[in-house]
Design a protein around this ligand. Structure first.
Ligand SMILES: *Cc1c(COP(=O)(O)O)cnc(C)c1O
Length: 407
């Protein structure tokens, strides 16, 4: 079955045993499930341990990712945190340099308290990666397409390096989705999503999902999922199941528009550099084309000046200024000052994205409207009085509205 079909024909389309045969999984909003006797447990007893709505979601994501079991968490970061299940005090995780700011904060600051060390390396040259590992390296973690620098990692090659080293490979597939790449099929051990982004696609749920193939890994994750009580509530599972149905439709449109936007920006005199794997000349494009069906819908660009970038973002009207990406409506952010601001001051010089970087998330609007919005915002740079004087990261709404009115 092709993934487009599977998206709308999940295995658990209706919950087994539902006497009303609901066409979509009902929201089992209950904390407990009654038992026939103290010794006879039904399939479910307590919602932290298991819930039919959550099972429906997890079964569907596992199928989409080509895994055997998936686990839904309250956020992408909570799913990332579950990777610590496979690390002990003294162990090390080797991480791609181009990762989400919250990933950096979790691995570096939160896990340090558990005696786990995170080391950030350039993982784009898979042949050089085995030389970067130590006896303490137990997990290698990378984003298949990095957020926000759009760095490409060769998943199959990294999987081979990890396997030879006896480490696990964990791939954050948030920006590409299983529609484009299925890391487990390329040899990764763990694939995870901030489902807050493309999987849900409507910006109304925070969620994370982690999927594995190996039974032993699944068993350990299942134990911790229940023991730590970090599962996604049923209502959010149902919302995510609904969002997932249109993943292919949304992403096809978003990716097609992202390429048009990237090409437009690449030809614009105020734009210094565009980062998008669909553009010729993108470093890693060869690997990307070989492993991914599409390019995602995030386009990053630089102008050479944080003030100019901030002025552009503020002058946009269709692109809302907001963190996150993958929603049906377009947005713009400056990762250095927003999503990656959590990188601590001492590490910013080395790990923060460039101060002038703008990250666009392309939605499902008509692409011409997006191009017009960008053209007008970029043209504002030619009129000096409109250049914002705010420092980036402190964008005042009142000012934004002043800039918003079109000529
Ligand atoms: C947003 C994001 C996360 C964190 O997910 P939340 O749902 O915000 O907790 C992890 N990885 C990537 C690549 C992200 O973009």
């Amino acid at each position: 079955m092709n993934i487009e079909t599977r998206l709308v024909h999940p295995q658990h389309q209706s919950i087994q045993g539902d006497r009303f045969r609901a066409s979509v999984p009902p929201v089992y909003k209950t904390a407990t499930f009654d038992q026939d006797s103290p010794l006879a447990f039904g399939q479910y007893d307590y919602a932290r341990s298991g819930n039919p709505t959550r099972d429906a979601l997890e079964t569907q994501v596992a199928a989409l990712e080509g895994g055997t079991r998936a686990f839904a968490y309250a956020s992408g970061v909570a799913a990332l945190d579950a990777i610590a299940t496979f690390l002990r005090p003294g162990d090390e995780i080797v991480v791609s340099r181009d990762v989400y700011g919250g990933t950096f904060r979790l691995f570096t600051q939160a896990w340090a308290k558990r005696g786990i060390t995170a080391r950030y390396e350039d993982l784009t040259d898979a042949a050089a990666v085995s030389g970067l590992l130590s006896a303490r390296t137990k997990v290698i973690h990378a984003e298949a397409l990095g957020n926000p620098m759009q760095t490409v990692c060769d998943v199959a090659a990294l999987a081979e390096v990890a396997r030879r080293h006896g480490a696990l490979l964990s791939i954050d597939n948030t920006s590409l989705t299983p529609l484009n790449i299925r890391p487990l099929e390329l040899g990764a051990d763990i694939v995870l999503h901030s489902a807050t982004k493309f999987l849900n696609g409507h910006g109304d749920v925070t969620a994370g999902v982690l999927t594995v193939r190996d039974d032993a890994l699944a068993k350990e994750l299942a134990f911790h999922h229940n023991a730590e009580g970090v599962a996604l509530p049923a209502r959010d599972c149902a919302a995510l199941l609904r969002g997932l149905q249109t993943l292919a439709l949304r992403l096809d449109r978003q990716q097609a528009s992202a390429l048009v936007v990237a090409r437009f920006l690449a030809g614009h005199p105020h734009v210094k550099r565009v980062l998008f794997p669909g553009l010729d000349g993108h470093a890693g494009q060869g690997v990307h084309r070989a492993q991914s069906r599409g390019d995602g819908a995030v386009v990053s660009f630089e102008t050479g000046s944080a003030e100019a970038s901030s002025a552009i973002v503020q002058a946009l009207t269709l692109f809302a200024t907001r963190v996150s990406f993958g929603s049906v409506s377009s947005s713009a952010s400056m990762p250095c000052w927003m999503s990656h601001k959590s990188i601590p001051a001492s590490a910013r010089a080395e790990h923060a994205p460039p101060a002038d970087l703008v990250r666009l998330s392309i939605g499902i609007e008509h692409v011409q409207d997006l191009l017009d919005d960008l053209a007008v915002a970029l043209a504002r740079l030619d009129a000096p009085e409109s250049v914002a004087t705010d420092s980036p990261g402190r964008v005042h709404r009142s000012h934004k509205h002043a800039v918003r009115s079109r000529p």
